[in-house]
Design a protein around this ligand. Structure first.
Ligand code: PLP
Length: 387
């Protein structure tokens, strides 16, 4: 059986030129000696980890960041050889694997580091970034004692290297800057605990890089803005350069029918036709991440906004059409058609959530098509191919 890329009429398009431009824009915005760390955790916020990583590196990112060791290993399996930093906690028994794969780890507990080095004899270099908790309350060392223990344990082990120090802001994307300023000053104070500073000091996510470029030390961890999305709606109007959204989601009508007044649509028979209506069936459902809460919202068909009617099923939903569009007509759930657009911020607003969550939620079941210079350069479909 020879298989083609995918066999369903639903796909995500990832515009890698936009990723490239977004990384270049941040690079150009920063001083030449400041670095971009491309944050490609969670399958690059749902976009496609290795594909985004490659383009970000090409555009000038010097380091990749993920949340978990599995994500770093996945990038290695896909041929990425550049440095990768794991931002989250790693199990102490896995440090040898990290060293073997040349993966940089985050460290913030002296007891973890002691156990890791006692139970696993390193035989090759392993780099660490110390994470400091300046007020995010998530991960990070808070006390000077803990930090000096970390520094000395690392210094005593011939294979360990302290390559970076970082922290994370809780409110860099909010208009009010008091808490940001508090965390920034705390970071400055905590840096004094280090007799020698390592090469990389970083504290900024996208919002920090965009709004406070003089407060990033020497690198920005660029996530959401690399994908062309604003870190928050609050600061959308004060962005220093234009962002280019890279993610769009499309499908096609697979069935179109006329129903009469009183006829029902979908589970629970919650929608009743008010008169003669054209109803289209779209093969996307909550198992693809188009969750039931999106009932009643609009999608684009033939350049026109059309409402989703009746309950969203696991694999399909129905849409009310203004006329009998042909089978195969393109349906855009996120993206543009002619003059109309439904962008990620709109979907996020409807769902009462943040834009970050929307592409992350579009499941592995939806194939990703990667575009470069308007041509398809790759298709990823984990359902058919173990990717
Ligand atoms: C530690 C850390 N740094 C950087 C980022 C990237 O943030 P953003 O996507 O807002 O640029 C994240 C994302 O959540 C993160 O957890």
């Amino acid at each position: 059986m020879e298989l083609s890329a995918f066999y369903r009429d639903t796909w995500v398009e990832v515009n890698l030129d936009h990723i490239y431009t977004n990384v270049r824009s941040m690079k150009n915005f920063l001083s030449p000696d400041e670095e971009v760390i491309a944050v490609v955790k969670a399958n690059a916020y749902g976009h496609g980890d290795a594909q985004v990583a490659k383009v970000a590196l090409e555009a000038g990112a010097s380091l990749l960041a993920v949340a978990f060791l599995d994500e770093a290993l996945s990038l290695r399996q896909q041929g990425i050889v550049e440095p990768i930093l794991v931002l989250g906690a790693v199990r102490s028994e896995d440090i040898k694997l990290a060293a073997e794969q040349n993966i940089i780890l985050t460290v913030f507990r002296a007891d973890w580091l002691e156990t890791a080095l006692r139970d696993n004899e390193l035989d090759r270099p392993l780099s660490f970034h110390i994470k400091l908790d300046t007020g995010m309350g998530r991960l990070g060392a808070k006390e000077a004692d803990e930090v000096s223990k970390l520094i000395s344990i690392l210094a005593e082990n011939e294979w360990c290297e302290l390559a970076g120090i970082y922290t994370h802001f809780a409110t860099a994307d909010e208009v009010g800057t008091d808490y940001f300023q508090y965390q920034y000053e705390k970071f400055l104070e905590m840096l004094k605990w280090f007799p020698i500073l390592p090469p990389l000091i970083h504290c900024g996510n996208s919002a920090t890089g965009l709004r406070f470029p003089d407060k990033i030390f020497n690198a920005v961890r660029l996530g959401i803005a690399m994908y062309g999305l604003t870190p928050s709606l609050e600061i959308k109007d004060e962005l220093p350069y234009a962002l280019n959204e890279a993610f769009s989601l499309h499908s096609r009508l697979v069935h179109v029918k006329k129903i009469s007044k009183g006829e029902k649509v979908s589970y629970g028979a919650t929608y009743t036709a008010k008169g003669e209506e054209w109803i289209g069936t779209v093969p996307v459902g909550y198992a693809d991440g188009w969750i039931r809460k999106l009932q009643g919202t609009e999608v684009l068909v033939n350049g026109v906004r059309c409402p989703i009617v009746g309950r969203i099923c696991m694999d399909q939903f129905m849409v009310k059409l203004p006329e009998a569009f042909p089978i195969g007509t393109k349906v855009t759930l996120i993206g543009k058609q002619d003059e109309e657009s439904i962008m990620i911020d709109e979907v996020a607003k409807t769902l009462d959530t943040i834009n970050y969550e929307v592409p992350c939620t579009i499941s592995y079941r939806v194939p990703r098509i990667f575009l470069r210079k308007e041509s398809i350069i790759e298709v990823r479909n984990p359902v058919l191919f173990n990717q």
